[in-house]
Design a protein around this ligand. Structure first.
Ligand SMILES: NC(=O)c1ccc[n+]([C@@H]2O[C@H](COP(=O)([O-])OP(=O)(O)OC[C@H]3O[C@@H](n4cnc5c(N)ncnc54)[C@H](OP(=O)(O)O)[C@@H]3O)[C@@H](O)[C@H]2O)c1
Length: 340
């Protein structure tokens, strides 16, 4: 199997001083790739030089991935300290004491003593069953509340104190939500996961987290062509078919996927592309170690912004909410939050 020397992969330095490889492997099988298939991709990825893995309890494959980690440590393919492993607490584990128990389960499943980072997956306790339809609503869903979120974050901080996680992070946040919670935290988030691809750059949020010394980690970096049906709408744009990206890909003699990845790493975010195919895993990793985009190409790609959010989160809406935009504070206000 072809291999990239991990020393060639660009690194981000978290405010904690820890290094995070600037490209990771996503592990969400999007309702179509089985846990075994994703775990097998992780096995190949470790062998070819990936060192950053983006896991989550709700992806339903941490046990299988844990077996692969253990096998790699036992075989001496890689040492624990060489890996950067992320996981996330799912929305149904936001209750008092639930977060610590959820993290302990994840550690047991992944067969690790600690996580490099643990994210709050969504800032709501709103749970939906796997494979659910986009119109499905959970009557127990609730709008964002600072108080509820801080109840979760206090447990995340405790996990750092306990030595179970090296850093903590947030995901699917907005600037108003970050502005409300950052002054209240004792331990700051080291990274924030957000949707980032050429047609959805979230420039303001990106600049905001960078200015706060927080690393942006970009999900759906390829525009998530195989995302679940519930996350698709007819207006969505396919990033990889945008003429600007296709033209730059032709100039570099590569697939448009690789242009999206080069762009992401050069812009300063950490993409976490998913793949189960060895050929794609390898070309994705290799792409960020060679043949960079020119300033002119980066400029052209900056013009691809279309405001095209793919993971809209409709299934997380609460009774009384009517539009997925209410999840994202698009008018910059707190009007859809639960006050008090
Ligand atoms: N925090 C959150 O709320 C959140 C939300 C969504 C996603 N995520 C994370 O972000 C990760 C990535 O997002 P994503 O999985 O939705 O989408 P993505 O990485 O944008 O796209 C993945 C798709 O691209 C294809 N692909 C990958 N490399 C390719 C290549 N070189 N050539 C052609 N096709 C290629 C893959 O197919 P093949 O398997 O055929 O290669 C796969 O279907 C997830 O796995 C998950 O870890 C986090």
């Amino acid at each position: 199997m072809e291999r990239i020397d991990p020393a060639r992969i660009p690194q981000r330095i978290l405010y904690t001083g820890a290094k995070m490889p600037a490209i990771g492997l996503g592990t969400f099988g999007s309702d179509h790739a089985s846990a075994e298939l994703v775990a097998s991709a992780v096995r190949s990825a470790i062998a070819m030089g990936y060192r950053h893995f983006d896991c989550a309890a709700c992806y339903g494959n941490e046990k299988e991935i844990g077996e692969v980690f253990e096998e790699a440590f036992t075989a001496g393919t890689v040492q624990r300290e060489e890996l950067f492993v992320a996981s996330k607490v799912w929305n149904d584990r936001h209750g008092a004491r639930d977060v610590i128990a959820a993290c302990a389960e994840t550690l047991r499943d992944l067969r690790l003593d600690y996580l490099d980072i643990y994210y709050v997956h969504w800032p709501f306790p709103n749970y939906h069953p796997p494979f659910c339809d986009v119109d499905e609503r959970n009557p127990d869903s609730k709008p964002f509340s600072v108080e509820r979120f801080m109840g979760v974050w206090r447990q995340m901080e405790r996990l750092v104190d306990m030595g179970l996680v090296r850093a903590i992070g947030m995901s699917n946040m907005t600037i108003p939500k970050l502005e409300a919670v950052l002054p209240l935290v004792r331990i700051r988030p080291a990274a924030v996961e957000m949707e980032l691809h050429p047609a959805f750059r979230q420039q303001e949020l990106f600049d905001y987290v960078k200015a706060q010394g927080i690393e942006p980690v970009g999900f759906c970096p390829l525009g998530s062509p195989d995302r679940p049906e519930r996350d698709k709408t007819p207006e969505d744009i396919a990033d990889l078919q945008m003429p600007e990206i296709v033209a730059i890909a032709e100039a570099h003699h590569v697939h448009p996927v690789l242009i999206a990845l080069k762009w992401a790493v050069q812009r300063g975010q950490t993409p976490i592309p998913f793949s189960t195919k060895e050929k794609n895993l390898y070309s994705n990793l290799r792409s960020v170690t060679e043949d960079p985009l020119t300033d002119a190409e980066m400029q052209i790609l900056a013009g691809c912004e279309r405001g095209n959010r793919l993971v809209k989160g409709q299934v997380f809406l609460w009774p009384g909410a009517s539009d997925w935009r209410e999840l994202w504070d698009e008018d910059g206000s707190q009007r859809y939050w639960e006050q008090g």
